[in-house]
Write a protein that binds this ligand. Structure first.
Ligand SMILES: *[C@@H]1O[C@H](CO)[C@@H](O)[C@H](O)[C@H]1NC(C)=O
Ligand SMILES: *[C@@H]1O[C@H](CO)[C@@H](O)[C@H](O)[C@H]1NC(C)=O
Ligand SMILES: *[C@@H]1O[C@H](CO)[C@@H](O)[C@H](O)[C@H]1NC(C)=O
Ligand SMILES: *[C@@H]1O[C@H](CO)[C@@H](O)[C@H](O)[C@H]1NC(C)=O
Length: 392
């Protein structure tokens, strides 16, 4: 009894399984098999080789950018002389980096000196007497450090006095249209050099002669190679209105795509592709604190030694130049690895054909009996071999 049990277990472990080839003369199964093979080969050729370019080594771009903005503007503020502006006035900072700021609108508070003055009235600043004002209170949301006095702001209102740069800035009335509305006609020259170190490939975005460069302006259709861009063109290609952006400020992205195929049969197609988009949030439903602004001051000293400053709250458009790209070139290692991975799909083809054979053909029961044969013992194996090779 235990003997047969042991024997069964022994057979379970030690019986040798070997695949047997069945040749099935069924055209439909044959078609499914070949068609699946064809699909796999097409996948390798079209997707892996042509679309993914899996035979290539890749490298990402190293890049450097300099910019130069040109253009003039005249501002006419009603009660002042017309003022002339050039790039040294409206480009802040002036280095010409891959991120540059063009001043388009501003609130200027001239002749501020260190002194004491009343804060503008608001629920937290109005007071009745000195007890309402705390001496030394230093709140970042206020305009200065409180002196503890309650003084006349106007004939009707009293507010707490602060020690600060006085007169205080009043930024409630932002000029609209923007003061430098003509900034839309300024141009920027972008110089961009890129390197793919792995492939020792260098290139510049300026590929035109100097006489053309002196007169051209980028246009996607007529002058796609010109590296000089009109600011209005950049903003409008991103679907924005320049004058609206100029009033409150904003951030624009200039994207330069250097994706290249460096194989010799493609190499002359490695050109920069420019695109533009607005980067800061302009969501109309969540438009708290829109735009982009910052403050800076210029300082003066009178002959008597009194220090004063001119405070400017600057609104404008910051242009960020973002260079990206990947280059590919034929490499033997990625070719072998990816080809091997792709061709391993071929081993799935017989499974598909078997599934079709065992579920969709009319003789499926017969085929499934033929596919797996359990031999009872060596004697039966011998009888099968006699039947197969009977006559010999
Ligand atoms: C700020 O300027 C506006 C317009 O010029 C004026 O109406 C407002 O009263 C001023 N606010 C203060 C606190 O001076
Ligand atoms: C403040 O205003 C009140 C009422 O208008 C006036 O009587 C008073 O003299 C003013 N104080 C100063 C210091 O100007
Ligand atoms: C920009 O230039 C165009 C044509 O040169 C002109 O019509 C337009 O008025 C200028 N824009 C501004 C704001 O000056
Ligand atoms: C410069 O390039 C432009 C267009 O690319 C061409 O029309 C012009 O003849 C060239 N000028 C010279 C001096 O090579």
């Amino acid at each position: 009894m235990s003997g047969t049990c042991c024997e069964e277990a022994l057979h379970y472990v030690l019986d040798y399984e070997t695949p047997k080839t069945l040749v099935i003369p069924n055209l439909r199964v044959g078609c499914v098999f070949r068609f699946t093979q064809l699909l796999v080969v097409l996948y390798v050729l079209v997707y892996v080789c042509v679309i993914q370019r899996a035979y290539q080594d890749t490298d990402s771009v190293l890049s450097t950018v300099t910019t130069k903005v040109k253009g003039f503007s005249l501002t006419n503020v009603s009660d002042q002389e017309p003022r002339f502006w050039d790039a040294a006035d409206y480009i802040i900072p002036p280095q010409g980096d891959e991120s540059f700021f063009v001043l388009t609108n501003m609130i200027v508070t001239p002749d501020q000196v260190q002194s004491r003055c009343p804060e503008p009235p608001s629920p937290s600043t109005v007071c009745v007497d000195d007890c309402d004002c705390i001496e030394g209170l230093n709140d970042p949301r206020r305009n200065g450090i409180q002196t503890g006095l309650c003084v006349n702001f106007s004939e009707t209102v009293q507010t707490c006095q602060v020690f600060s740069w006085c007169p205080l800035e009043n930024d409630t009335a932002l000029p609209n249209p923007a003061l430098l509305a003509s900034a839309e006609n300024f141009t920027v020259l972008i110089k961009n050099s890129v390197t793919y170190p792995k492939f020792k490939f260098h290139r510049r975005n300026i590929r035109v002669n100097s006489s053309y460069l002196r007169s051209c302006e980028f246009n996607r259709k007529t002058d796609p190679d010109c590296p000089i861009f009109r600011l209005k063109h950049i903003v409008s290609e991103a679907g924005e209105d320049f004058q609206e952006m100029a009033a409150k400020g904003g951030i624009m992205g200039i994207l330069i795509d250097w994706s290249c195929d460096l194989d010799w049969w493609w190499v002359d197609k490695c050109f920069p592709k420019y695109s533009f988009r607005r980067l800061d949030n302009k969501n109309p439903t969540n438009n708290v604190a829109p735009g982009y602004n910052f403050r800076f001051a210029k300082y003066y000293k009178s002959p008597e030694g009194e220090e004063s400053r001119t405070l400017t709250k600057a609104y404008g458009i910051r242009f960020d130049i973002i260079v990206f790209g990947t280059a590919g070139k034929f490499g033997i290692v990625p070719t072998i690895v990816n080809l091997g991975a792709a061709l391993s799909f071929l081993s799935l083809v017989p499974m598909v054909a078997d599934w079709f054979l065992l579920t969709c053909t009319s003789k499926r029961d017969y085929y499934s009996r033929q596919k797996v044969t359990h031999l009872k013992d060596d004697a039966e194996a011998e009888s099968i071999s006699m039947a197969t090779y009977g006559t010999s």
